[in-house]
Design a protein around this ligand. Structure first.
Ligand SMILES: Cc1cc2nc3c(=O)[nH]c(=O)nc-3n(C[C@H](O)[C@H](O)[C@H](O)COP(=O)(O)OP(=O)(O)OC[C@H]3O[C@@H](n4cnc5c(N)ncnc54)[C@H](O)[C@@H]3O)c2cc1C
Length: 246
């Protein structure tokens, strides 16, 4: 059993600031991005690049952010979470396979609403153990029919729950990350993907504060909540209230 999300940064270019700056400048310069980049390496005028990037970002010119990506190794999350995660299409994913990896004695995530109640948690765990036994049973039965390896696992997995722990590698560029944080740091997002989003955001802020310092749920950048009253968490006024000035 696990419910500790682990997020490790696998890859990120240390020269990202120069890459973003050169890509921005490319739009307005007679020089090539490669020449601008070389100048950056020589000058190392970090303050200038940061100011420039901040100004451009405030006008919504975001495409140069697509040239810098973060690659994360994520584990200790449920299949329910990764099902939501992979809906974000502007990203690359490599996930642990339930066809090739035998899921016997699988770990699973217990939602906090369940784990804080002794009786409900006990029932949840006992059901997980029951699924494990059934999974083993199906594997044995299918093997006795002469099937093996992924031929067996790929069909036995149909009885696995969404709580099963999984591991996934995710690469997102900065522009997509900003969008991802807007959607998934929001209190409307489910607790698990929200926890993941905040862990990723913490890393992004440490590595590239100029891009991510104001990142987070939509209300942070807008100053109001774009959700309807029914779905808003109530921490910010909703759009309608802002428009009416109430
Ligand atoms: C709180 C919450 C509840 C949700 N509930 C449900 C639900 O009940 N059912 C459900 O099915 N999904 C649900 N979703 C998932 C949601 O519909 C999106 O699939 C998910 O958030 C991915 O975001 P996205 O499509 O904006 O962006 P991404 O796939 O991350 O893409 C980023 C942006 O690129 C652009 N883009 C990407 N692909 C295209 C395209 N093909 N055409 C045009 N523009 C494109 C869009 O501007 C998009 O916003 C929910 C999401 C959240 C945050």
């Amino acid at each position: 059993m696990v419910n500790k999300i682990k997020v490790k940064l696998l890859n990120f270019s240390e020269n990202s600031l120069y890459i973003i700056y050169s890509s921005f400048r490319q739009c307005y310069s007679s020089l090539s991005a490669d020449e601008i980049y070389k100048k950056c390496l020589k000058e190392k005028d970090i303050k200038k690049y940061k100011e420039f990037i901040k100004n451009i970002l405030s006008c919504g010119h975001e495409s140069p952010l697509e040239h810098v990506s973060f690659t994360f190794s994520i584990s200790g999350v449920s299949r329910a979470l990764t099902h939501q995660l992979v809906r974000h299409r502007i990203a690359s994913y490599s996930q642990q396979s339930q066809r090739y990896v035998k899921m016997d004695n699988f770990k699973y995530i217990i939602p906090p609403s369940i784990s804080k109640h002794k009786k409900i948690k006990k029932e949840f765990k006992s059901f997980m153990e029951e699924i494990k036994r059934k999974y083993e049973w199906f594997i044995k039965e299918l093997e006795s029919l002469g099937k093996h390896g992924e031929e067996v696992y790929q069909d036995a997995r149909y009885i696995l729950p969404q709580a099963v722990e999984t591991k996934i590698v995710v690469t997102m560029n900065c522009r997509e990350l900003l969008h991802f944080f807007k959607e998934r740091c929001c209190n409307r997002a489910q607790w698990e993907i929200r926890q993941l989003a905040y862990k990723m955001l913490k890393i992004c802020k440490e590595k590239l504060p100029v891009v991510f310092e104001k990142a987070g749920p939509k209300c942070i950048s807008l100053g109001y909540c774009p959700e309807s009253r029914r779905f808003s968490c109530g921490k910010f006024p909703i759009k309608e209230e802002v428009v009416k000035g109430v």
